[in-house]
Design a binder for this molecule. Structure first.
Ligand code: PLP
Length: 383
């Protein structure tokens, strides 16, 4: 054992829920008693409150972050035969959404220091496909991922989108409360998808998601899609989905939302301690957060050389770790048909083989933060 004997689980949702349990159970009881499980004041109330938190004119609650991305793409006019540019080092939901609206996935590589979409590579890629070659290689949209809670370079991405007349969908599933040059994640592109999966910075006690957008037409399409394509009852103007945010999840999210800013601050405080402790430690290098970004610190990620040994040492000392994500999407079996072998996106591939996620949640105690630091430094053999 290294440092204190305290264990540090990778995530500790019961610790977040303990002080909120009575309020959550009370709301669940009320909804159970009036059987208003679908729609109603908690859903509209949460949509208004989350729109205000993000600073977006519209928020539409949906069943998951994946639905949010899928519905938002349709709302942006992306469908069969279109191409959408995204990154290979994301959760598969990003690319599922692209494929499931009938579009093709068009990967570009990422920056080594942030693990985010590389604006230079995006620029080169767009210049190439809009320059020469068949028109059907030209994308219709870009879906940057605000990975680990840090916004992609939306200034550069929006400039390119304007130049080539592309729509931009932010994958903000990990970025509730993050900012880029003072603008909030969820207001930087043409639409954004958030996830309220339980472990996210704002998590439901089940599934949930939301689309934010400044475009009322996009919001309306998402509203219709989540409701089996009905604008009014029994008239299906589209073939839609069963994709609603349910009332119990909305009520729980309303209880949690007022805590989100404080929880994000706590994550940033823990991250600052990690950053300071790891500065100059050979063999361990945290992901860079650019000075013009405020990260929601959904995950705290470090590069290490020998990831398996590092992981085993942490586990042996009672510290949980994760990997986000060990295999880049272009090398996943389901995307074999894209014909993109190893070496296609070398930066993403290198990151996927060396990144490891340390425990990161607001409720970590100072003793737990110190334990993660001590064990990590020991694990890279620098202690
Ligand atoms: C980057 C990213 N995109 C999309 C999603 C999908 O969200 P959900 O699990 O709510 O469908 C997630 C979360 O799982 C995610 O991390």
């Amino acid at each position: 054992m290294s440092g204190s004997a305290v264990n540090v689980p990778f995530l500790n949702l019961p610790a977040q829920h303990a002080p909120l349990k009575a309020a959550i159970l009370e709301q669940m009881g009320k909804i159970f008693d009036n059987a208003g499980f679908i729609g109603g004041p908690n859903v509209t109330g949460f949509e208004e409150e989350f729109a205000a938190f993000v600073g977006s004119p519209h928020c539409v609650g949906v069943c998951s972050g994946t639905d949010a991305l899928r519905f938002a793409l349709t709302g942006l006019g992306v469908g069969h035969g279109d191409r959408v540019v995204t990154v290979p080092n994301t959760f598969i939901a990003t690319t599922e959404a692209i494929s499931q609206v009938g579009a093709s996935i068009d990967f570009v590589d990422v920056e080594h220091d942030t693990a985010l979409m590389d604006p230079q590579k995006l620029s080169d890629h767009l210049a190439a496909v809009f320059g020469k070659g068949p028109k059907d290689r030209r994308p219709k949209a870009i879906a940057p991922v605000h990975l680990y809670g840090q916004c992609a370079d939306m200034t550069a991405i929006m400039e390119l989108a304007k130049r080539y007349e592309l729509k931009v969908l932010e994958d903000a599933a990990q970025a509730h409360g993050a900012t880029h040059r003072g603008g909030s994640a969820g207001t930087l592109g043409h639409a954004a998808g958030f996830s309220f999966y339980p472990g996210k910075n704002l998590g439901a006690c089940g599934e949930g998601g939301a689309v934010t957008t400044a475009d009322p037409a996009v919001a309306e399409t998402v509203r219709v899609l989540r409701e089996h394509g009905q604008a009014v009852k029994n008239i299906h103007i589209l073939e839609g989905y069963n994709g609603r945010l349910d009332a119990i999840q909305a009520a729980i999210l309303r209880i949690k939302l007022p805590h989100l800013a404080g929880w994000n601050e706590a994550r940033r405080a823990h991250s600052a301690k990690f950053d300071a402790a790891f500065a100059g430690v050979r063999g361990i290098r945290p992901i860079t957060v650019k000075e013009h970004n405020v990260s929601s610190r959904h995950l705290y990620i470090v590069h290490v050389k020998n990831r398996e040994t590092f992981r085993d040492t942490l586990a042996a000392n009672g510290v949980g770790v994760g990997m986000h994500y060990p295999t880049p999407l272009h090398l996943q079996p389901c995307y074999k048909g894209l014909g993109l072998g190893a070496g296609s996106f070398p930066v993403a591939e290198e990151l996927c083989s060396s990144l490891i996620s340390l425990p990161m949640y607001p409720e970590m105690t100072q003793e737990q933060v110190q334990k993660v630091i001590d064990v990590s430094i020991k694990a890279v053999g620098s202690a």
